[in-house]
Design a protein around this ligand. Structure first.
Ligand code: NAD
Length: 363
């Protein structure tokens, strides 16, 4: 199979569909991999590294789309890319179609076989191609929060870990899933005092077994959230209710009563956010202040650490990419129900129930 990796063209997107190690997995099995010139240059992946892994470098995206049997990307295809897709060609990338009728219509029109990373399921449950980005965002949340506690960034001027003779800061994490657990690990590493809240008692039990008295676990309800948030220096929001907007767990009234110069990082902002005062921000201007509390609400946190994110994503995507290249899409999907769950649009039809329902397509 010919596999094509165009350079991402969405604004400020530096990730790349395949790393050189992933290219090697494909080229060593006899597949031809076409990588667009400078596709990974911004994150230290040179054309020379791609060539050494067995890729051929191609100057332009048009040639890649024209020649490849399968396109491997990171972000949803932009309009100009949708127009280059063709009947029967495989597109393997994040799509996020439900809120995007234009892209969905363009993919339907293309006749391509569109497999979305975000709906591929895992044998152990969950969404394994989304998890790496939650891991990145969870870990980054503490890094971003700690930086914004500094005076020059609007914070109260607090060092999370304290120093001998000065108390450590208090980090409160709401939601103990992938984001929350990764934030928790980083927060413990800083030496901060950590409280974690979740609705799932089983999840709190697991964390208690692993982290013991290094953390305090709390069943999540309005009372516990208010108590924790009012004593917090840094609050991380990492809740998810699948298929729904994030619940507004921290109210405007709670924010008003928080310490001046405290920081909230709303990782769940891509689902609307779990702080009543949240609105999405960008890496170029990541924070704003409400009632003296610094709000960091960047909707695509992993983009800031594009190199780490690219490798983390590739670890999760390459297995299915190899299966698709080796078997072709029909057999690969027939053999693996989890990969089949990733099929969103196929040969001019929407093939994923929730997307068809959301956008009014026959299913
Ligand atoms: P997850 O499903 O692994 O975890 C969510 C957790 O929230 C679960 O443990 C669940 O029990 C808990 N929860 C649900 N309702 C709650 C409540 N009322 N109180 C406390 N906890 C509650 O999800 P995840 O992978 O950790 O993702 C969390 C959010 O972060 C999602 O909205 C995801 O899209 C988002 N995210 C954002 C970025 C970004 O760049 N901003 C990056 C990755 C993920």
């Amino acid at each position: 199979m010919i596999v094509g990796v165009p350079k991402e063209i969405k604004n400020h997107e530096y990730r790349v569909g395949l790393t050189p190690p992933s290219v090697r997995e494909l080229s060593s099995r006899g597949h031809q991999v076409l990588v667009q010139k400078n596709a990974g240059a911004e994150i230290g992946l040179s054309d020379e590294q791609y060539v050494a892994a067995g890729a051929s470098i191609v100057d332009d995206a048009t040639t890649i789309f024209a020649r490849a049997d399968m396109i491997v990307k990171v972000k949803e295809p932009q309009a100009v890319e949708c127009a280059m897709l063709r009947d029967g060609q495989i597109l393997y990338t994040y799509l996020h179609l439900a809120p995007d009728p234009e892209q969905t219509a363009a993919l339907v029109k293309s006749g391509a076989v569109c497999i979305a990373y975000e709906t591929i399921t895992g044998a152990g449950g969950g969404l394994p191609l989304l998890a790496p980005m939650s891991e990145v965002a969870g870990r980054m949340a503490i890094q971003a929060g700690a930086a914004h506690l500094e005076k020059s960034k609007g914070g109260m001027g607090l060092l999370l870990g304290g120093v001998p003779g000065v108390a450590a800061g208090h980090v409160v994490i709401i939601g103990a899933g992938v984001v929350g657990t990764n934030a928790l690990q980083m927060a413990i590493g800083t030496g901060a005092r950590v409280t974690v809240l979740d609705k799932s008692i089983d999840r709190l039990r697991q964390l208690d077994l692993v982290f013991g008295n290094r953390i305090s676990t709390q069943y999540s309800n309005a009372h516990a959230i208010e108590e924790a948030v009012l004593s917090a220096d840094l609050v991380i929001g990492g809740v998810l209710v699948p298929g729904a907007a994030a619940p507004k767990l921290v109210t405007r009234a709670m924010i008003a009563k928080m310490k001046a110069g405290a920081v909230v990082v709303d990782v769940a902002i891509d689902q609307g956010g779990c702080f009543e005062t949240s609105h999405a921000t960008t890496h170029a201007d990541p924070t704003y202040i409400v009632d003296g509390v610094v709000h960091y609400c960047v909707a695509n946190m992993p983009g800031a650490v594009a190199r780490t994110s690219t490798f983390a994503l590739n670890n999760a995507t390459i297995g299915h990419a190899v299966a698709l290249a080796e078997k072709g899409w029909k057999k690969a999907l027939g053999d693996d129900v989890h990969l089949k769950n990733g099929l969103n649009v196929c040969n001019g039809k929407v093939t994923y129930a929730a997307i068809a329902q959301a956008l009014g397509y026959d299913y």
